[in-house]
Ligand binder design. Structure first.
Ligand code: UFG
Length: 324
């Protein structure tokens, strides 16, 4: 079984490539290495390809002729998307359309899409179910919601089959210590907290203490990257077997506040790093928690690492012993 993985040199993509490789899938990674690392590709081959170029995409699809495409390549920061929406609509929407059109042209019609909880915006009800209305409140979420709409239309028009996985807050690192998050300027809470513990930043800012939550800080559903990776393999097998498009939330169904994450990071690292409370960050919803009952029921997803301390421990281990 041949799988083309875009963005496979990045954080989530590289963890999925490792699982695919271990399970015997033949993998080709395409990545422009704008944020990814070639050392992160532990299985299969890597070609440097940018999804802005349809010619290049066509060439790869023709030559490799995959059974399915898993699409991770994207820009992922909510705050940056508010400041630079053009980057998000180009990278995440236009470039994905390039890929999808080339797939149809080459008669490759199985697709796993990295979507996001950010498509829900400020959900009226939490935990959020897949049929909740999509009301993204930042360009990042909107750029992915557009793709979901395109996918729905492609299914109807071209018999194109896809699974859209709406990730909640992905965190942690490969428990075997081979992979982890490695961005120049990481903005995610757990990574930022651990880098502050390491002394790479002077202090950690808590963005907003006036949210309507018990301690006033925003609540997120943090999911370990390996549980997320496992769900991709299940989704792929489901797609290839059932030949049906579908959408699944991936999270644990409960959340932690920013303050709780900070306390746990201090406990795990044993370092009382400096923290400062400041204003809300634009584009941030108060609470995002997944209802992932559907993934458990339909895909038989059985998450193993639903434990914030474990998530932070694996990320800390990676911070201290990074390979790239
Ligand atoms: N936060 C801080 N200080 C920091 C960094 C973050 O207080 O230094 C806060 C944020 O304001 C937010 C929470 O911690 O309330 C989590 O922020 P992250 O940046 O870690 O993650 P986001 O919730 O903004 O976004 C992440 C991914 C998106 C995804 C979303 C889905 O970046 O790709 O989760 O929930 F869509």
């Amino acid at each position: 079984m041949k799988i083309l993985v875009t963005g496979g040199a990045g954080y989530i993509g590289s963890h999925v490539v490792k699982l695919l490789g271990k399970r015997g899938y033949e993998v080709l990674v395409i990545d422009n290495l704008s944020t990814g690392h070639k050392e992160a590709v532990l299985y299969g081959n890597l070609e440097i390809v940018d999804l802005a170029g349809k010619k290049e995409i066509n060439k790869v699809l023709k030559e490799f002729n995959p059974d399915a495409v898993m699409h991770f390549a994207a820009a992922i920061e909510v705050a940056e998307s508010v400041e630079n929406p053009a980057k998000y609509y180009r990278n995440n929407t236009v470039n994905t359309l390039n890929l999808l059109e080339s797939m149809v042209d080459n008669d490759i019609k199985n697709f796993i899409f990295s979507s996001t909880a950010a498509v829900y915006g400020m959900p009226e009800k939490v935990p959020v179910k897949e049929d909740s209305p999509l009301n993204p409140i930042n360009p990042y979420g909107q750029s992915k919601a557009f793709v979901e709409k395109i996918l729905n239309d492609f299914d109807k028009a071209y018999d194109f089959k896809y699974i859209s996985l709406r990730y909640f807050n992905v965190a942690g690192a490969d428990p075997e210590g081979e992979l982890g998050q490695s961005y120049q300027n990481a903005t995610h809470l757990i990574t930022r907290a651990l880098k502050t513990a390491k002394g790479e930043y002077e202090k950690l800012y808590i963005f907003g203490t006036d949210y309507p939550t018990s301690d006033g800080t925003a609540i997120r559903d943090y999911i370990h990257v390996m549980d997320l990776a496992e769900a991709h393999i299940l989704a792929l097998d489901y797609l290839l077997k059932e030949k049906k498009s579908d959408i699944f939330n991936l999270g644990y169904g409960h959340g932690y506040s920013v303050k709780e994450v900070v306390e746990t990071a201090k406990k795990v690292t044993g370092i009382d790093f400096p923290v400062e409370e400041t204003d809300r960050r634009p584009g941030d919803p108060a609470v995002l928690i997944a209802d992932s009952t559907k993934a458990k029921r339909v895909l038989n997803w059985k998450p193993k690492y639903d434990n914030l301390e474990f998530i932070i421990k694996t990320a800390w281990n990676w911070e201290l012993n990074k390979k790239f």
